[in-house]
Design a binder for this molecule. Structure first.
Ligand code: ADP
Ligand code: MG
Length: 242
């Protein structure tokens, strides 16, 4: 079977600065990839390319066999690829329920009652169904991030991307968000997670990839990756974060 996500020879520049250098990454359906690397190494840019939030100048990305740089509309990409950001990015003027139903109603054409039913199920799954009528500012950071996960799941994505989903949270809220992500992983979701949570990487990842200066330098199962990183740069990085 073809991999659900194929990143082939992707290079990207911001002006004269090359931030992705011939990146290759194939992900089979159901696999969990954890991406690590120093700040500025291109982790966010890479996953933003997968969601078409950023354009790239060379290479190609296929989601479910379809090329992103082709004719596909932005909405189609958003439907297939869910994204969870460090800063939650909920719509502040919409209730929690509306945050979750907006995409399915507008982009998938779901009738409102059906979208609401499904949103409540997803909010229950992430443990906050009783908050459905509130607004984002009334929730804790951990709760907001769980809403953001429910919102992404409401589109029935093929792949879920997480960009440092726990980095903006108070320490006591990190666990509740990682628990939801573990649950999602157990459910078979294909996930690409940029994180500094090495415990999560060891436990959940099928593969850990290391990026530095726009290059994807290592790609190995966590046991191998953490026990015997191939490169000095990886070892140096791990010593700093572990
Ligand atoms: P990471 O997520 O690993 O910290 P990023 O993908 O955010 O790295 O950034 C990679 C590089 O691209 C950095 O040098 C950063 O300064 C640069 N960069 C990111 N976004 C932009 C932008 N919109 N315009 C110009 N440079 C950018
Ligand atoms: Mg980043």
């Amino acid at each position: 079977m073809t991999d659900i996500l194929q990143i082939q020879g992707v290079s990207k520049w911001f002006g004269s600065l090359q931030v992705l250098k011939n990146v290759n990454l194939n992900v089979a359906a159901g696999q969990k990839i954890v991406v690590i690397g120093p700040s500025g190494s291109g982790k966010s840019t890479l996953i933003r390319c997968v969601n078409k939030l950023e354009a790239f100048q060379q290479g190609e990305i296929y989601v479910g066999g379809q090329a992103l740089s082709g004719v596909r509309r932005m909405e189609a990409v958003r439907r297939d690829v869910g994204m969870v950001f460090q800063q939650f990015n909920l719509f502040p003027h919409l209730s929690i329920l509306k945050n979750v139903t907006l995409g399915p109603i507008k982009l998938r054409g779901l009738p409102a009652p059906e979208a609401e039913q499904r949103a409540l199920e997803l909010l229950a799954r992430v443990g906050i169904e009783e908050q459905a009528g509130k607004y984002p500012a009334q929730l804790s950071g951990g709760q907001q991030q769980r809403v953001a996960i429910a919102r992404a799941l409401a589109m029935d994505p093929k792949v879920m991307l997480f960009d440092e989903p726990t980095s903006a949270l108070d320490p006591e809220m990190v666990g509740e968000v990682l628990d939801v992500m573990r649950d999602l992983a157990r459910g078979g979701m294909t996930m690409i997670v940029v994180t500094h949570e090495m415990g999560f990487a060891r436990e959940v990842a099928d593969r850990v990839v290391f990026m530095d200066k726009g290059e994807l330098l290592e790609d190995a199962p966590p046991a191998e990756f953490f026990a015997a990183p191939r490169l000095e740069r990886t070892r140096t990085f791990l010593q700093r974060v572990a």
